[in-house]
Design a protein around this ligand. Structure first.
Ligand SMILES: *Cc1c(COP(=O)(O)O)cnc(C)c1O
Length: 375
């Protein structure tokens, strides 16, 4: 099965993990500090604080930046549930902003959702494509709102040569197994704000400040959300290969773009010329006549060896959110959910694999194209 996304672990990754496993320190130590420094060097962010998951990184970011009960957060429904879960558990309310057909928040619809209770805008760079950062930064600045970038798909993505992780007050990354690089499970918050970085470190580790000798002081509430030395070593090793992974995923994605450029049955995600995408996903957006047979299309793709997935069910359609916040329905987000399929595009694939994927996708979609909704 060719997966929509997967990890690539090589001998040098394994050797390094082995070395750390045989070392004295397994919990937080120099490997964690090194990985944080590597992330800063790679992205250009001033501070990186790593966590045991992207979800923990989101929890820490929202807590430390001061999101609280009664705040309204303008965000996208087209994401993994953790993006909003972690501020909802702080008592904040999601204000859903509709998306565009590239899966990213529609920046033109943000401003009308702002109220006196709005505290932050939380965006997601869907599939690795950067959101329209300049406009969103301007809105945040004009209305004095915090800007948080859930860039879990987008380590290595950039705008005008500047890496994501440097555009928002805080940017969140995930190193879950199938994200752009992996630490098996892991995450990070990147920020240019020294005070935030300090608070994130405390939040990650019990709120405890080490003093001299055995003396320490717990100065704020904290948890244990730490990344292990083993995971951090894997992270540093993987980060060295990120540009190679991205180049490979872009080679496959460009091949797909070329193969699909005259397609009438579906759209693909178009990138701006001044941006680079990590290409974490390669989404195709089916035309309405393919919505009815989508289940059969999906099943046949799987049967024929394409490990496809749908990203994402709009978060407001989950029963928890419906019970907590009532029914919500946004036209483009709903349509996107009915239309989207992420097809295999990952760094372990050969160009022959890519050719097989393109051939199979075209073959299946053409087969179902005129079946419509009558069956
Ligand atoms: C994967 C992901 C997360 C959660 O990260 P974990 O490391 O799995 O906890 C959050 N937001 C988005 C957009 C993601 O894709």
């Amino acid at each position: 099965m060719l997966s929509y996304s997967t990890q690539l672990i090589e001998d040098d990754d394994i050797a390094l993990v082995n070395e750390v496993l045989q070392s004295r320190l397994l919990a937080q130590g120099p490997r964690v500090a090194q990985f944080e420094q590597d992330l800063c060097e790679y992205t250009g962010a001033a501070y990186a604080v790593v966590f045991n998951s992207g979800t923990s990184a989101l929890q820490a970011a929202y807590s430390v930046i001061g999101i609280q009960e009664g705040d309204e957060i303008i965000t996208t429904p087209i994401s993994f549930v953790a993006t909003s879960n972690m501020f909802v558990q702080l008592g904040a309310k999601p204000i859903w902003c509709d998306v565009k057909l590239d899966g990213n928040i529609n920046e033109k619809q943000i401003e009308k959702l702002i109220t006196p209770k709005t505290k932050a805008i939380v965006v997601v760079d869907f599939a690795g494509k950067p959101v329209v950062m300049q406009s969103i930064q301007n809105i945040a600045k004009k209305h004095k709102l915090l800007l948080i970038d859930d860039a879990s798909h987008a380590l290595g993505s950039s705008i005008d040569g500047k890496k994501l992780g440097t555009f928002a007050d805080m940017s969140i990354f995930s190193f879950h197994a199938i994200k752009p690089i992996t630490t098996s499970e892991g995450g990070a918050v990147l920020t240019d704000n020294a005070e935030y970085a300090e608070k994130l470190r405390l939040f990650r580790s019990h709120g405890v400040l080490k003093k001299e000798l055995w003396n320490s002081d717990m100065v704020s509430m904290g948890y244990n959300l730490r990344m292990t030395e083993v995971a951090a070593a894997l992270g540093s090793s993987q980060l060295k290969k990120l540009d190679k992974f991205i180049a490979k995923r872009n080679e496959i994605a460009s091949y797909f773009d070329e193969r699909f450029k005259n397609e009438k049955l579906f759209l693909t995600q178009k990138l701006e010329k001044n941006t680079i995408s990590s290409r974490h996903l390669y989404p195709i957006i089916l035309n309405p006549e393919l919505h009815c047979p989508k289940e059969d299309i999906f099943k046949e793709m799987q049967t024929r060896g394409l490990g496809v997935q749908v990203h994402y069910k709009p978060i407001y359609k989950n029963s928890f959110y419906q019970k907590q916040f009532g029914m919500v329905s946004l036209p483009v987000a709903n349509d996107f959910y009915n239309s989207e399929i992420s097809i295999p595009c990952n760094q372990t694939m050969s160009m022959q694999d890519a050719e097989y994927v393109a051939d199979t996708v075209l073959n299946i979609l053409n087969k179902y194209a005129y079946r419509g909704c009558s069956f």
